[in-house]
Design a protein around this ligand. Structure first.
Ligand SMILES: Cc1cc2nc3c(=O)[nH]c(=O)nc-3n(C[C@H](O)[C@H](O)[C@H](O)COP(=O)(O)O)c2cc1C
Length: 744
């Protein structure tokens, strides 16, 4: 039925396809994009079995992708810098190795834009057990070649019996193809028969592999020596120890962002291969596989990753934590991580080939057990899983901070769910190349920072019913779409219909956004339809050409925050009309006393690529002599907070006494998203960082963020002072006096 639908769509598209002319934008030639307007306008709703239940899906990720082959080849996106990667191997348990691909680029070029500046890793794991050699995960395409050579340096590819895929991104498919091709070539060259590789993956991941490899004439042969095994929650999938019952167990933990997500438990070594859970985009120091500095070393990175990736799906994250019921357990003796450097890996590979071990190992693989069929065990439910180390897909393995990270995850999830009980916003989007997805992520984070829970829904994967349900749970919404073939894709159009039909939606603040290449009609269409229907906008519509810059992402965060403020304002005014007079609260004794704490009035300015922001600050203090350091306390929902992550650069301009008034007037008013906060002030660039400095400052500091900790509703940021200068010897610094300590 589904295949017939797909075929029909293709026929429709072929018969009605019109071809757009060649266009040139900013020096980039875009190939003609065939546009099938009838196919685009027609609903692609097809009944599918979605997450174990029958539902009508707006579209099915693999059956009706946003961009179809009938639309022609993808236009050339503006070039990005090449990603430089490196590989290291670490022993994390006697029979378990971490194969860690490290990218130290400042900003991730190959994933949804991510503001952290500490690089990242793509971790795969290799487990050897009697009769089985199990590989867990393939990395992004940029790592492909080095990844396969690294696996080969450890084991002959023909000896691999299982590959478990915990989450598969479209950009990891190339690495999968490379691995399968090289294994197949080795098997074809082998004198002995090689068992098919069992590739264990979830159903949504299978729906990515089938069309990307299985249905491509030039690639289908790669699956001829592969047995695709769909994982079921609780299923035992591969041996991981000497005893018969020593089996790796998979647990499905889908979220809207990663519907294919699963984790793997190793009961012998008490490891959890946690995939995207407990992950962080950070490259730990060379030689350290695990979190040697514990929470202090990586707490911010885990938190930031959670906020960006999991907070928008907090309910599903909570369900995953409930399902896993992880219990911190002791590490078994003799499993301290040991790094094998790249040289030794290469040397071992060399010696293996000299000694002909490849063949022996292949023969050993042949004697292994016949491919097991998937055990369909019951869901582990509340059965506790003992864990001494979490081994995620990105960032360090978690051992020292295990207990704290488990507790914090629960706390973060609960906070999000609690916020959702009072206020919630829905962010609906579709994205063919990840650009609109990056905007959706930044807007979602802005909403979360604004104190409103968010549900971020990828319309490519969501059932229509999910859209209706999300809108009835929300007090505001945002809709994002790329422009494809001069329109918004059908998935967005259909979702919009559902929103327009929902009577409660009209009273909600909303917003629209999208990435485009040259004409950008989608955002105009969405804005026009919502405006005509009488909807009110919380922020100006966001239109971004191709990939968003740092400035675009900052605008998105600010817009998300504007939506959150608008939602909170409406809730507050409802509460006030229900219970008039509750506003008149007297300040408490401690609040009055705290008002006597004074601070130096200053202006904080920060810059990242093309994004600049500023704020008035008086909660600033010297914190260290050597090296010279300062602390500054920044409210969590401030726009500038995004630029003050570890490694971020900022400047402090100290306001001179008598010069306070114009500075306070310019910076104390509310700003709309994207507005230049320094427009009413005269500035000059700082000498080293090029960050704006107040022309009238009596002195300035240039700083680099070293660490930050949560301090209630603020982040306490500790920074090294890189440079500074007194500009006016005779002007003392203005002191900010307050009466009450419950505001600035
Ligand atoms: C087949 C195809 C058709 C497109 N048609 C248009 C178009 O009509 N107008 C436009 O402004 N951009 C068009 N684009 C460019 C996309 O809008 C642009 O690549 C955008 O960044 C995609 O956003 P996304 O990454 O969220 O999918 C087209 C791209 C493709 C692949």
């Amino acid at each position: 039925m589904r295949a017939a639908n797909r075929q029909q769509l293709r026929e429709d598209a072929r018969s009605t396809g019109k071809y757009a002319a060649h266009r040139h934008v900013r020096g980039h030639a875009f190939p003609a994009a065939p546009i099938q307007r009838s196919a685009l306008k027609k609903s692609r709703a097809v009944p599918i079995s979605h997450r174990g239940r029958k539902s009508t899906c707006l579209t099915q990720a693999t059956a009706a992708p946003l961009v179809t082959s009938q639309m022609g080849p993808a236009p050339v996106q503006p070039p990005t810098e090449p990603v430089v990667v490196d590989y290291s191997i670490y022993t994390v348990a006697p029979n378990v190795k971490m194969l860690r691909g490290t990218c130290r680029c400042e900003r991730l070029k190959y994933e949804v834009e991510y503001g952290m500046k500490r690089g990242t890793t793509d971790n795969s794991y290799l487990i050897t057990a009697p009769g089985a050699t199990v590989l867990i995960d393939v990395p992004y395409e940029a790592y492909g070649e080095k990844f396969v050579s690294t696996v080969e340096s450890e084991v002959p590819l023909t000896s691999l019996t299982h590959l478990i895929i915990t989450q598969l991104d479209t950009k990891a498919v190339t690495s999968l193809e490379l691995l399968l091709a090289r294994r197949k070539a080795a098997a074809d060259a082998s004198a002995t028969a090689v068992e098919p590789l069992q590739v264990v993956l979830s159903n949504p991941a299978l729906r990515l592999v089938q069309p990307a490899i299985g249905e491509k004439a030039d690639k289908a042969h790669l699956l001829s020596s592969v047995q695709l095994v769909v994982a079921r929650s609780g299923g035992q999938v591969a041996p991981c120890g000497p005893a018969e019952g020593d089996q790796l167990q998979v647990i499905l933990t889908p979220t809207p962002r990663w519907p294919d997500l699963l984790v793997v438990h190793d009961p012998v070594n008490r490891l959890l291969f946690s995939s995207k859970l407990f992950a962080a985009h950070v490259a730990p120091p060379e030689g350290e596989a695990l979190d040697e500095n514990g929470w202090e070393g990586f707490g911010d990175d885990w938190r930031y990753y959670f906020e960006c990736m999991l907070a928008p799906s907090a309910r599903q994250a909570a369900a995953a934590l409930d399902k896993l019921d992880l219990v911190p357990a002791r590490r078994r003796p003799g499993t301290a991580p040991k790094r094998l450097n790249k040289t030794s890996a290469a040397l071992r590979s060399f010696f293996r080939s000299l000694l002909g071990l490849e063949k022996k190992a292949a023969a050993a693989g042949e004697e292994g057990p016949a491919p097991a069929t998937m055990a369909a065990a019951a869901s582990p439910g509340s059965v506790p899983l003992p864990v001494c180390t979490l081994l995620p897909m990105h960032g360090p393995g978690v051992s020292s901070a295990l207990t704290q990270l488990l507790q914090e995850y629960r706390k973060w999830v609960d906070e999000q769910i609690k916020a959702a009980a009072t206020s919630c916003a829905a962010v609906f989007y579709a994205s063919a190349y990840g650009n609109t997805a990056a905007l959706a992520q930044a807007i979602s984070r802005g909403i979360t920072k604004g104190g409103v829970a968010v549900e971020t829904i990828n319309l490519e994967l969501a059932a229509l019913q999910e859209v209706s349900e999300a809108i009835t749970r929300s007090q505001g919404f945002v809709l994002g779409s790329p422009t494809l073939g001069g329109h918004m894709p059908t998935q967005v159009s259909v979702a919009m219909g559902a929103i327009l039909r929902e009577p409660s939606a009209k009273a909600m603040p909303c917003g629209v956004f999208g990435s485009f290449g040259w004409s950008g009609e989608a955002v105009d269409e969405m804005e026009g339809r919502l405006r005509d229907a009488g909807f009110g906008f919380a922020f100006d519509s966001i239109r971004v050409k191709f990939k968003p810059t740092a400035k675009d992402l900052l605008l998105c965060e600010e817009s998300g925050r504007a939506l959150a403020q608008s939602i909170k304002k409406r809730i507050k005014s409802k509460e006030l009309s229900a219970a008039p007079g509750t506003r008149a609260l007297n300040a408490s004794g401690p609040q009055l006393a705290m008002g006597r704490v004074v601070g130096s009035l200053s202006v904080l300015t920060a810059k990242d690529e093309d994004a600049t922001s500023a704020m008035l600050a008086s909660w600033i203090s010297q914190a260290s002599f050597d090296p010279p350091g300062v602390t500054v306390s920044v409210k969590k929902d401030r726009a500038i907070e995004k630029l003050l992550v570890v490694g971020g650069k900022f400047a402090v301009s100290m306001v001179a006494e008598g010069r306070e008034r114009p500075v306070m007037k310019a910076l104390s008013r509310p700003f709309s998203p994207g507005e230049d906060r320094l427009a009413d002030l005269e500035t000059v660039p700082s000498p080293h960082l090029g960050v704006p400095l107040l022309k009238t400052a009596n002195s300035f500091l240039e700083c680099s963020v070293v660490t930050r900790m949560e301090a209630g509703d603020h982040y306490l940021i500790y920074a090294h002072v890189l440079d500074g200068k007194v500009l006016n010897e005779n002007a003392p610094t203005a002191v900010h006096h307050r009466k009450v300590g419950n505001h600035y």
